[in-house]
Design a protein around this ligand. Structure first.
Ligand SMILES: *Cc1c(COP(=O)(O)O)cnc(C)c1O
Length: 445
């Protein structure tokens, strides 16, 4: 009863993200009363395994005791303070830690309060850097096909997922879109590295021809998450770094989804042994507790803005909640868990279990591909395994899987016809087995 009462009140006044609200005439909303570890509980005692880490943000479970304790202590001292002219310990300590653990050369930390805002900051900083350096022709950005960088207008412009972008196209700045290294499209028998290298030739040519007008290339390292968990080889990032250097173009690494251990290393860029000029972080940064984002950049970029006030070269981008103390404290507690527990080692074991458990899907007649990078597994559903003909989108196969899985206590949120798993790192092997079992039943049903 309580579930449906809350649902009614919600639907009378609320408007939810990423939702055609009309769907809720048939698909009930699920009010959640509490969360513990990987489990969510509604008001009628039903439990749901959060296999998508509540939109990829949760790393160490709901109501994590370590993060809870840190937040309660912070709350009694300082909740928030203006971050211009003032500072506080949590913000300083977090920036010190981020500078220390991110790839070499990233020595400055700029805060914002969500992923899209971090992308806006990186785009503006890159453009403004070239302006301050007298390179006023540099006004364009290069992005990859099928990429996603958020949904504010600037972030949307450098993304390429039609579902989010198409309607707003007339409002968006022009960008140069390069073919993706997405290995779903590699030839039979071709390795990820070979295909990614082959696809690199396109962006290399684009850079060669347009570098004078280009501020930066923006990429999601290793996994294009919202674009259907499409994956590629680290060689692409290595080549891209070298070519951006060659042509004097910045590299923006958007690790908002893949940062903090998701791909096997703390940051995905480590697998290519590169440092970007800008690193965007959010989502897992606070362990899934509070909205916060950070853009890490270099001494060189910082120096281009650092001058006498009268030169008017300062970077002006501000959010009221910049450097929020509670959010910074949650992030510090999250990083503390990485420091005191063998998270990456444990993730390796979990990823191996995910690999084993996902193998059975390979033989399913409607599965074209099972792919994995670290703690992300994706299953590509198709109508015809051999031709890879997709299901018509109108059939909403993913939604059917979502509904079935929910009825069995599993929260999945397919992207179109891609079923994916991106669980919190505190999931157990038994819970992983349950997750894949229910998904199997859901796909088969
Ligand atoms: C989620 C995401 C964003 C946007 O972050 P929000 O906090 O949702 O605005 C940007 N880039 C990538 C790669 C993401 O996955």
């Amino acid at each position: 009863m309580k579930n449906s009462l809350l649902s009614q009140r919600d639907l009378a006044v609320l408007w939810h993200p990423c939702t055609q609200m009309h769907d809720h005439e048939t698909q009930p909303l699920i009010p959640i009363k509490s969360g513990h570890g990987v489990w969510l509980e509604d008001f009628e005692g039903n439990h749901y395994l959060d296999a998508i880490s509540s939109w990829w943000v949760n790393l160490f479970g709901h109501a994590n005791p370590i993060i809870n304790t840190a937040l309660k202590a912070q709350l009694d001292n300082l909740e928030h303070v203006i971050f211009a002219g003032f500072t506080h310990e949590a913000a300083i300590e977090l920036a010190e830690k981020l500078v220390a653990i991110t790839p070499a050369g990233l020595s400055r930390c700029f805060y914002a309060d969500n992923g899209s805002a971090a992308v806006e900051v990186a785009l503006k900083m890159s453009f403004h850097f070239w302006q301050n350096r007298g390179q006023s022709r540099k006004t364009k950005f290069i992005t990859l096909e099928n990429s996603y960088h958020g949904e504010t207008l600037g972030a949307l412009a450098v993304g390429d997922v039609a579902l989010y972008k198409k309607t707003y196209a007339p409002l968006l700045m022009d960008v140069i879109t390069a073919p993706s290294p997405d290995c779903y499209f590699r030839d039979e028998g071709e390795s990820w590295a070979d295909y990614s290298t082959r696809q690199f030739a396109h962006i290399e040519r684009i850079l060669q021809e347009n570098a004078n007008e280009v501020c930066a290339v923006i990429v999601e390292p290793l996994v294009q998450c919202a674009g259907g968990m499409r994956m590629y080889d680290a060689i692409y990032l290595k080549l891209l770094r070298a070519t951006c250097d060659k042509y004097n173009v910045h590299l923006i690494a958007d690790e908002i989804a893949v940062g903090f251990g998701r791909t096997g290393t703390l940051f995905a860029c480590e697998q290519a042994d590169i440092s970007p000029d800008f690193l965007c972080l959010s989502k897992g940064l606070t362990g899934g507790y509070l909205p916060l984002s950070a853009v890490l950049t270099t001494d060189e970029v910082y120096a281009a803005f650092y001058d006498d006030y009268s030169k008017m070269t300062a970077f002006l981008h501000s959010h009221s909640y910049t450097g929020n103390a509670l959010a910074c404290r949650a992030a510090l507690a999250t990083l503390g868990i990485f420091e005191t527990q063998n998270v990456l080692g444990n993730n390796q074991v979990l990823a191996a279990t995910m690999k084993t458990l996902s193998q059975r899907f390979l033989n399913h007649p409607n599965v074209a591909e099972v792919r994995q990078t670290g703690m992300i597994v994706a299953i590509e559903l198709v109508k015809n395994k051999h031709t890879r003909e997709p299901y018509p989108w109108q059939e909403r196969r993913g939604l059917q899987v979502y509904r079935y899985a929910l009825s069995k206590g599993l929260l999945l949120r397919p992207l179109g016809n891609v079923i994916y798993f991106i669980p919190p790192y505190v999931i157990t092997p038994e819970e992983l087995a349950l997750m894949f079992d229910v998904a199997w039943q859901a796909i088969t049903a």
